[in-house]
Design a protein. Structure first.
Length: 314
């Protein structure tokens, strides 16, 4: 379907020369799906930091501000979406919030999609992989201006200060997150027991709409995707970008947007693991370079994903 007048995304994320994380994971899918993408590279590294070696440069908050000033001077600072992911620095994050607030003054319909990347759980134990002082910034400054957030279970627990043990807990945590600001919350992965069994990973989504008469309705869904036995990097960045695109294309069908996002994700991961195993050879564990997402090879799946993961309305 033809896109309405161009839809422009400002994506402030990391950049790698080799591989797919941050802006490298978000830009291609968004462009393939018809969006104009303007990228600010918060870092430029040779490759992601899961490799044995990496080198490169980091953009500081003054430099971010300077780039934004350039856009503003040319009066090209009107955006429909802002997308952010992994950030390590509190002043950089605070500057992002200032920019989002100014862009929302330029365009009151701007949608800010935020992946509040702070940490994850390994073997049931959660740990932060960003400095601890980022949590209050996300909680008190970033999430309140965000419209769509995509935390994992651990990040949702950090933001709300509440642990999730059951699906009911998760729904209550998502309600707490709505109350902080965002009208769309997707918990991208959790260690909840999947009805389909242990080989499945649960993601949960909640979308709160205010109808014309002021009443609020919240739709909640559960998605179960087959677990893929490997550690991928860039999956969260790809997920957030595709969720942005599909919620834009299906504004009144949150379930469909989530199904397309998670299904496309699954196609990319299956292609990647298959290819990585072939490269590594029989019985060898694939390395970081072999596990880079097969992004370009998945162009058709990203453009038009066959729905292989169905959502359950809760």
């Amino acid at each position: 379907a033809a896109m309405e007048p161009e839809c422009r995304v400002l994506s402030i994320q990391s950049h790698v020369v080799r591989g797919y994380v941050g802006n490298k994971a978000a830009t291609f899918p968004l462009q393939v799906l018809g969006f104009e993408v303007d990228t600010v590279n918060s870092v430029q590294f040779s490759n992601h930091t899961g490799y044995a070696h990496w080198k490169g440069q980091v953009l500081n908050s003054d430099e971010l501000h300077e780039l934004y000033e350039g856009l503003k001077l040319n009066k090209v600072n009107r955006y429909d979406y802002v997308l952010t992911g992994y950030t390590r620095d509190t002043s950089f994050l605070a500057m992002v919030v200032d920019i989002v607030q100014e862009l929302k003054q330029q365009n009151s319909h701007l949608v800010y999609v935020c992946d509040p990347v702070m940490g994850d759980k390994w073997n049931g134990e959660g740990s932060m992989y960003v400095p601890k002082d980022l949590l209050p910034v996300y909680r008190d400054k970033v999430v309140p201006v965000a419209d769509i957030i995509t935390p994992n279970q651990f990040e949702a627990e950090l933001l709300t200060g509440r642990k999730i043990y059951t699906e009911k807990d998760a729904l209550e945590v998502m309600d707490m997150l709505h109350a902080m600001g965002p009208e769309t919350v997707v918990i991208t992965s959790s260690d909840l027991q999947a009805p389909l069994g242990n080989d499945y990973l649960i993601a949960l989504g909640s979308h709160r709409k205010t109808k014309a008469d002021g009443t609020r309705i919240t739709q909640r869904i559960r998605m179960e995707s087959p677990k893929v036995d490997a550690v991928f990097v860039g999956t969260g960045d790809l997920f957030a970008a595709m969720l942005l695109a599909w919620t834009h294309k299906h504004p009144n069908n949150f379930k469909m947007a989530c199904e397309k996002t998670v299904s496309a994700m699954q196609h990319v991961l299956q292609r990647t693991i298959k290819s990585a195993k072939a490269q590594a050879g029989e019985g060898n564990k694939p390395n970081s370079a072999q596990l880079e997402l097969r992004m370009v090879q998945s162009k058709k799946d990203i453009e038009n994903p066959e729905i292989i993961v169905k959502a359950t309305v809760l």
